[in-house]
Ligand binder design. Structure first.
Ligand SMILES: Nc1nc2c(ncn2[C@@H]2O[C@H](COP(=O)(O)OP(=O)(O)O)[C@@H](O)[C@H]2O)c(=O)[nH]1
Ligand SMILES: [Mg+2]
Length: 283
């Protein structure tokens, strides 16, 4: 049985201007079954929440490809389990220079943990249609791993999407490759992989285990570091991973700027100079 589709959409964010919204982070209860959806932009997170809840809210407006705030869809007493289920849709932390996204997610995790609201499951999304693991998703997966910490990894389901866009055999091959080369640290700590086929049945099949074990709650390592150990975000393991990547990127850009400046000194062709100036400005 699928739950009724009377899901309520709630959004909360940095610059929240929502008015008729009743559920905020503060309203989450310790007994709620909280399933957090994470992963890069365009990996199918909001589509999953929509398939599970029937609620179009999160991807309905202009947010389809770029969810910029943390959104909740709460299902009240569905058939599956006797607590309320809350899906938490997060923006993708895919641009490694976007520190605000990480801060937003960290703030939310901190706030909920302080309220004794712990999690029931985390879904991490990945498009199986991508033919290789690009550098950015790879960095993000490393940061995500540190955000979870060893203990929480057994509660992570690495969810692959866009199966309709690949040949089944190729998809299986990629899935195997992901498991051995990129997700090995997750798998060895008990994470599982599942395929989302973009239907409500598939969505509920993926979270079924979380609902069956809905009395088992957990916190991520980032939450423990921020709250129990009172660390600042840059001092946490996820923060360090992030800021290291960030400073590497800044360094790379700095080097390119120096090269452009040097090239400009020795260049006399006005057209090339103009192009170099534009490049310099853009960087
Ligand atoms: N072909 C295909 N497209 C999908 C699937 N899941 C999501 N999409 C599309 O991929 C785009 C990004 O999905 P969205 O859920 O907004 O990703 P998010 O940024 O992770 O929330 C949207 O245009 C979706 O309609 C899928 O399984 N197959
Ligand atoms: Mg989204």
């Amino acid at each position: 049985m699928l739950p009724d589709h009377s899901a309520k959409l709630h959004q909360q964010g940095r610059r929240s201007t929502m008015n008729a919204i009743s559920l905020k982070t503060e309203d989450l209860k310790a007994k709620d079954v909280i399933i957090v959806v994470m992963g890069p932009t365009g990996s199918g997170k909001s589509s999953f929440v929509q398939a599970a809840t029937g609620h179009e809210g999160i991807i309905g407006h202009n947010l389809r490809s770029y969810t910029t705030e943390i959104g909740f869809v709460e299902l009240t007493r569905p058939e599956h389990c006797d607590a309320d289920i809350v899906f938490v849709d997060t923006p993708g932390f895919d641009d490694t220079s976007d520190v605000q996204i990480l801060e937003m997610i960290a703030d939310w995790l901190k706030k909920t943990y302080r309220q004794n609201v712990t999690l029931s499951g985390i879904l991490y999304f990945h498009r199986i249609s991508d033919n290789r693991m690009a550098a950015t998703p790879l960095k993000n997966v490393r940061m995500f791993e540190k955000l979870c910490g060893e203990d929480a990894l057994s509660k992570v389901i690495l969810t692959t999407t866009m199966w309709d866009e690949v040949d089944e055999e190729l998809g299986e091959h990629r899935e195997q490759e992901l498991r051995t080369h990129f997700w090995d640290a997750f798998i060895s700590q008990g994470s599982t992989t599942k395929r989302f086929k973009n239907t409500p049945e598939s969505a509920w099949g993926i979270v079924a285990g979380f609902l069956e074990a809905s009395n088992q709650r957990f916190a991520t390592e980032l939450q423990q570091e921020l709250v129990d150990l009172q660390k600042d975000l840059p001092d946490t393991r996820a923060g360090q991973e992030f800021y290291n990547t960030f400073s590497q990127l800044a360094k790379q850009r700095q080097d390119i700027l120096v090269k452009i400046l040097n090239a400009m000194k020795h260049e006399h062709d006005e057209n090339i100079l103009e192009a170099l100036r534009a490049e310099y400005e853009a960087l």
